[in-house]
Design a binder for this molecule. Sequence first.
Ligand code: GLN
Length: 484
Amino acid sequence: MHDLPIADLAAGLREKRFSSRELTAHFLDRIERLDPALNSCITVDHDMALTVADAADRRLAAGDAGPLTGIPIIHKDIFLTKGVRTSCGSRMLDNFVPPFDATIVERLAGAGTIMLGKANMDEFAMGSSNETSWYGPVRNPWDTTRVPGGSSGGSAAAVAAGLCAAATGTDTGGSIRQPAAFCGTTGIKPTYGRCSRYGMIAFASSLDQAGVLARSAADAALVLQAMAGFDARDSTSAEEAVPDYAATLGDDIRGLRIGLPREYFGEGLEAGVDASVRGALAELEQQGATLVDISLPNAPLSVPVYYVVAPAECSSNLARFDGVRYGHRCEAPRDLEDLYKRSRAEGFGAEVKRRIMIGTYALSAGYYDAYYLKAQQLRQLIADDFRRAFEQVDVIMGPTTPTTAFRLGAKTDDPVAMYLNDIYTIATNLAGLPGLSVPVAPVDGLPAGLQMIGNYFAEGRLLNVAHRLQQATDWHRAAPAEFG
Ligand code: GLN
């Protein structure tokens, strides 16, 4: 059951071949048996999941079911879940039980999904390997000596290992697409503003966006459908109608112009990943798409720009964790200053501290113009590159990551090497555009991803092109041997 498309699971539920309770118990059992080797979940609530599944079964019996009613999913532990611990992968929030749900959690619950638990992640979503989590690293189901990618690594590993039907994630600089590529899943980061950020713990507010990790584009379309849309509680939420993503999945792609940025196929790209990506592009060409060479001249600046903007915003956002109202508080503080200092020193890990310090420095008087302002100007140039490119092409494609999953520990001592993982994904966030990663042919037994970048609010188009690719190929159906 765990490898069936969501539409088939929904049909099975409607036709009473199995109940949501049985389906939920099946995934809970897999989590119990298989997750000790992966560490993809921080919190699993069996009783709550089964209780919600019973409610879904009642809805199904009453003929009041939607496409997601009774479908078990996992939420990244960055999304607030009422009454269920939400740690954000940090010791700082190890004891935090939110009093309300994030909008997307509320919407997915309203659509009838069952929350199995909360997915492990890099601390405060800062990382590309899921090694910065206070709860220990997540392991890649394709090779447990390797990382799953990050920061939504728990979500990606759980989907790849068949521990849930789909999972939510967030992407500030690549955190949905990069782990999707490393774990062989389909991941979509929507346009900035498409999904509400209300109740999603903020890392870099102008970049953060919620999205989906799933086994196929068709599954991702169903989940995104339920999450997307305007939310008055998020001031950056877009007042833009949500199209019916499932309705356009099968659309013809003849005449589709695919732009291949020269900057995404250069030095640093592993030959095997390059070949697999080109294999997928050839399949799209077969279906009538045309490949066009383009240039995003400012793309090489995206990593340095991001590592000013993101830490700057994080240093401001994370100021709220002060040990006073919620979260970790040090023992026996001498005075208020001691309480702030020790609570933060104990609550945050090394990477989070590094970002807060870089960001505070970049925003400080005397350096603001040289770093933050300059980065914002370059950010505009990066967005302008995309605007020009989309006058010429419909979709931009390239590899999601330069390499396949690396070994645990391989980059933990070298932050810059770690940051370069997101070289192809970050520009999308800086411009606020939607991006999707789909599995292509494996490289030496490890998954690799093709990235598709669309114009603003072109999620439907990306899902359509990804679905057409997945109808003609079966890379997305491969499952890691020990978790099949
Ligand atoms: N790897 C990037 C970082 O560490 C992106 C993380 C993300 O998208 N949340 O900041």
